[in-house]
Design a protein around this ligand. Structure first.
Ligand code: NDP
Length: 291
């Protein structure tokens, strides 16, 4: 007999999580502010609790997936969480997660925070993983069940860490793809299609992640951790001038300049702070300080 699971929140993510637990044979109890969203899951064998308190009472493991942490407060305020491990996989800021951990303790429960790194169709599929933070021993007790959503990746006891990792990955994802769209928009002005450019972008992204002279993910990590920013072969000043040209190219093409300007400004702030002869990794010194 599989352990019971309660799922609070039935948006696209929570519904898929509930369906995954159900499909794996867990007695699954649901609660959602809009009860009607539970109908297809109830048809598949889940139990819809009439109140959030009753849903929580049904299982030691309570998985929450809602728009934000305010939704958890709205849903579970005043609910007895004694003996419950609440695993919240919603988006929030790291400090908010730290506060939520205290809030959950004050209601008698334990909060494990998480950031799930796939969209609904990826849940439970190969390659899916979730960053978790908070009390490791509570996470471990439910690891087998949670692994059904994706690989369990524990990143530390600080409850804010799961979101720091999650948002770092999201920022990387969004900014890389926005830079890709910027490149496409620039090339379009000269009649080059996105499909024509895609293979070149693929080469760059592959090389950045590989070992080799363009393997900058590893190169920058080593330089940043060691605090050395060698720039003999390609100085940051040279690259800042190049970034000016990217801004000019965007202006000439009549496309948006916000993204190139932000990048150019970061480069020049690092140069102006004395890193002109250093290499690209010295840009991190400008990022670390709010101007
Ligand atoms: P939503 O962000 O749209 O979440 C909808 C759920 O939140 C519904 O169950 C909704 O209830 C509930 N909710 C919102 N506000 C409240 C409230 N004040 N009180 C009670 N319930 C509330 O959908 P997703 O399922 O897409 O996302 C869930 C979380 O997962 C989000 O934090 C998102 O950032 C994160 N995430 C999403 C991914 C995705 O691709 N969708 C990928 C990775 C993470 P109701 O039905 O009543 O409106």
């Amino acid at each position: 007999m599989k352990s019971p699971v309660t799922v609070i929140g039935l948006g696209p993510m929570g519904s898929t999580m509930a369906r995954t637990f159900l499909g794996n044979g867990h007695p699954t109890t649901l609660w959602n502010r809009t009860a009607s969203k539970a109908a297809p899951l109830v048809e598949a064998g889940a139990t819809l609790a009439p109140t959030a308190a009753e849903a929580v009472a049904a299982s030691e493991l309570v998985v929450v997936s809602q728009t934000d942490y305010q939704a958890m407060y709205d849903s579970l305020d005043g609910v007895d969480l004694k003996g419950r491990v609440v695993v919240n996989l919603s988006s929030g800021s790291p400090d908010e997660l730290r506060r939520a951990s205290e809030w959950t303790s004050a209601q008698g429960g334990v909060l494990v925070t998480g950031g799930i790194m796939v969209p609904p169709p990826g849940i439970g599929q190969p390659g899916s993983y979730v960053f978790y933070s908070g009390p490791e021993e509570e996470l471990d007790r439910h690891k087998e069940t949670l692994a059904e959503l994706g690989d369990v990746t524990f990143v530390g006891a600080d409850p804010g860490l799961a979101m720091l990792y999650y948002q770092s990955q999201l920022f990387l994802f969004w900014s890389t793809l926005t830079a890709y769209m910027h490149a496409i928009a620039l090339l379009e002005t000269a009649g080059v299609s996105a499909r024509q450019f895609a293979p070149f972008a693929a080469t760059t992204l592959r090389e950045l992640a590989a070992d080799g002279p363009m393997g900058f993910l590893k190169i920058l990590a080593e330089e940043i951790d060691s605090g050395a920013h060698p720039g003999e072969a390609n100085s940051l000043r040279m690259q800042a001038v190049g970034a000016d040209h990217v801004v000019e190219a965007a202006r000439e093409a009549g496309i948006d300049t916000a993204w190139p300007l932000a990048l150019r400004d970061l480069f020049w702030r690092a140069v102006d702070a004395g890193h002109g002869a250093d290499g690209l990794s010295a840009v991190v010194t400008a990022i670390r300080r709010r101007p």
